[in-house]
Design a protein around this ligand. Structure first.
Ligand code: NAD
Length: 281
């Protein structure tokens, strides 16, 4: 069994981004810029945004966080996004989810200029991803693809079971895998027999938010298991969606939680923002 070390790979990606930022500054006098909209008081969202701002600083980006109260109106959020769309110093706009209940998330995400949609959530980018065109791709599934590339895991013709079908994790993950010529099965809460699908797969990619959902008898010998789940359990520790202790011995490769997919998400956000900055005219 080999551990897929997301922490080291994320550092490698970030170091490369920092190097390219330096070149971009020297050659074209461009400093990539990321704007983050943070709405409300959710502690997890605040923690994620803090980590993103720190990462931006480390690679030499310009970054701003718009901190807005829970009670803010949809129109005010839209006005801020439009201001960022028009700001030439900003290459990427990220709206930290989830949004308060009175805000229409789909509406908000569609206001972001697709050229600055570094989270890859805009329908324009989702459509381009599905059709196999160059696009901004959601950072978490993009990070998983980077892991496959780094560990030289060939996806062509492989049976891959994706567990979880959200717009930000499971669906873009399935599209990326399909584009890489894997045979993809997407499962979710209404799947009749989850074990039948996971245990037949060469690769299982799980992102559902249920601690320990994937058990030892649900994966085949030699499987590759990618755990996207991040769950804080009663004792305060972070665990994934895979019963790591019992599943790991059966795997050829597996990602740990923490230190697996998590760090890759921020690394890919930086990489997407750099990609956008390079397209400045
Ligand atoms: P979500 O609630 O939007 O979607 C969950 C998906 O899992 C749904 O499709 C649902 O049908 C499915 N599901 C739920 N329970 C299931 C079950 N018992 N069996 C099969 N399918 C089930 O969640 P999300 O935003 O996609 O996040 C999923 C997990 O991934 C969470 O733990 C989240 O914290 C984590 N996550 C991690 C990162 C990262 O950077 N590593 C990024 C985003 C999300």
């Amino acid at each position: 069994m080999q551990l897929i070390d997301g922490k080291s790979l994320a550092k490698k990606v970030q170091d490369n981004v920092a190097k390219e930022v330096e070149e971009l500054k020297q050659v074209k006098n461009i400093v990539p810029g990321l704007a983050v909209l943070l709405i409300g008081d959710d502690p997890a969202s605040h923690a994620y945004v803090k980590m993103k701002a720190k990462a931006c600083e480390k690679v030499g980006f310009y970054s701003i966080t718009h901190n807005m109260p829970e009670t803010i109106s949809q129109d005010e959020i839209i006005a801020t996004i439009e201001m960022m769309n028009a700001n030439p110093r900003i290459d990427g706009i990220l709206v930290q989810l989830p949004l308060p209940k009175h805000i229409d998330t789909d509406r908000i995400l569609e206001v972001i200029d697709p050229k600055k949609d570094v989270d890859g959530f805009h329908a324009y980018n989702v459509g381009r991803l599905v059709t196999g065109l160059d696009s901004f791709v959601a950072c978490t599934p993009l990070g998983v693809m980077k892991m496959f590339e780094e560990y030289e895991i060939d996806l062509q013709g492989k049976d891959v079971c994706v567990v979880g079908a959200s717009n930000i994790v499971g669906k873009p993950m399935a599209s990326l895998l399909l584009n890489a010529n894997a045979t993809v099965t997407v499962t979710h809460i209404f799947t009749k027999d989850l074990k039948a699908h996971t245990s037949a797969a060469d690769i299982v990619v799980v992102g559902v938010g249920v601690p320990g959902l994937i058990k030892e008898d649900m994966v085949k010998e030699g499987a590759i298991v990618i755990d996207i789940g991040i769950n804080r359990i009663e004792d305060g520790s972070l665990v994934g969606d895979v019963d790591f202790k019992n599943v790991a011995p059966k795997c050829s490769y597996i990602t740990p939680v923490p230190g697996g997919v998590g760090p890759m998400t921020i690394a890919m956000l930086l990489s997407n923002t750099l990609k956008s900055a390079k397209k400045r005219v």
